[in-house]
Design a protein around this ligand. Structure first.
Ligand code: ATR
Length: 277
């Protein structure tokens, strides 16, 4: 099995480490290589990539949208999100998927099965690529009450443009979100705020949060962000960034290989790896 990652920069990516673990657990011999492509000559380099004999590859910044022009087919979810992070190669045909949102939702449902009720109130913080993947996955899964707060409100409008399914998808400022945290059952932090080395930063205060609310942060370095620490101290339940990271990788691996894996064991291995990093 020949797998890989395209993006730039990708030297510090965790994907090779994760996918090598997955290959080992699935007992599949293979390799996962890094292809750091130059944005200026993307099309030419993709032509070279076609000759590599890959069975599949991941796509990261800044090519998640650009790669879509090179595909023979795109799965519905990725089309809706407008970005592809996983490509499957079969008989020379390239099919694009987006595993971020589903990785997020699957990892959350495994940890908190009560999340399946679609009438819960959800708050998404941020309106970048990660927020968009999560938003459309939640909409697709039937969740109807999703508010979004972002520093720049115009980006939320842009992000939710294609959506006509949610009954209510309010746009809030970060200050409004902070004042209303008690209204939500699930709060999802999708920005880079709090990521190493700025670990003291926190997008909003959780002073007024209700006990039992689920608070999720997609940042996984550190594993326990300031945001999650405050959530936990206030009696909220937490969902950490490495859980989404692992599940989106496992879902991509399943698309390529058809193998089904033990996510829980892998999650512990990833946690130990990140703690040691
Ligand atoms: P990605 O595609 O990886 O999600 P992005 O498109 O750059 O990254 O989006 C980053 C998100 O983090 C955005 O919601 C951004 O807010 P703006 O749209 O207002 O730029 C948010 N973000 C980044 N730094 C921030 C900060 N210091 N305070 C608040 N929000 C921040």
């Amino acid at each position: 099995m020949k797998l890989g990652l395209i993006g730039n920069p990708i030297k510090h990516s965790l994907s090779p480490w994760i996918h090598n673990q997955l290959l080992q657990q699935a007992n599949i011999s293979g390799e996962y290589n890094l292809y750091e492509l130059e944005p200026g000559s993307f099309t030419e380099q993709v032509e070279l990539l076609r000759k590599e004999g890959l069975n599949g590859f991941n796509v990261t910044v800044p090519f998640k949208q650009k790669i879509m022009m090179e595909l023979d087919d795109v799965d519905t979810q990725a089309e809706l999100i407008g970005a592809v992070n996983t490509v499957k190669v079969e008989n020379g045909q390239w099919t694009g998927f987006n595993t971020d949102g589903k990785g997020f939702l699957n990892s959350l449902k495994v940890k908190y099965p009560d999340i399946s009720s679609s009438d819960i109130n959800i708050l998404i913080l941020g309106a970048g690529g990660a927020a968009k993947g999560i938003f459309y996955t939640l909409v697709h899964a039937g969740f109807e009450n999703i508010d979004i707060a972002n520093r720049t409100s115009a980006r939320v409008k842009e992000m939710t443009k294609g959506n006509d399914k949610t009954k209510r998808s309010g746009i809030l400022s970060l200050a409004e979100a902070e004042n209303h945290v008690a209204d939500y059952d699930l709060i999802i932090q999708t920005t880079t705020v709090g990521m190493k080395p700025h670990t003291e930063q926190q997008i909003i205060s959780l002073e007024n949060i209700r006990e039992g609310t689920i608070v999720s942060d997609i940042v996984y370095q550190p594993l326990m962000t300031a945001f999650l620490k405050e959530a936990s101290e206030k009696g909220a339940r937490i969902h950490q960034g490495h859980e989404m990271l692992l599940y989106q990788a496992v879902y991509a691996f399943e698309i390529w290989t058809g193998a089904s894996l033990d996510e829980q064991g892998l999650l512990e291995t990833l946690e130990a790896h990140l703690k040691g990093a």
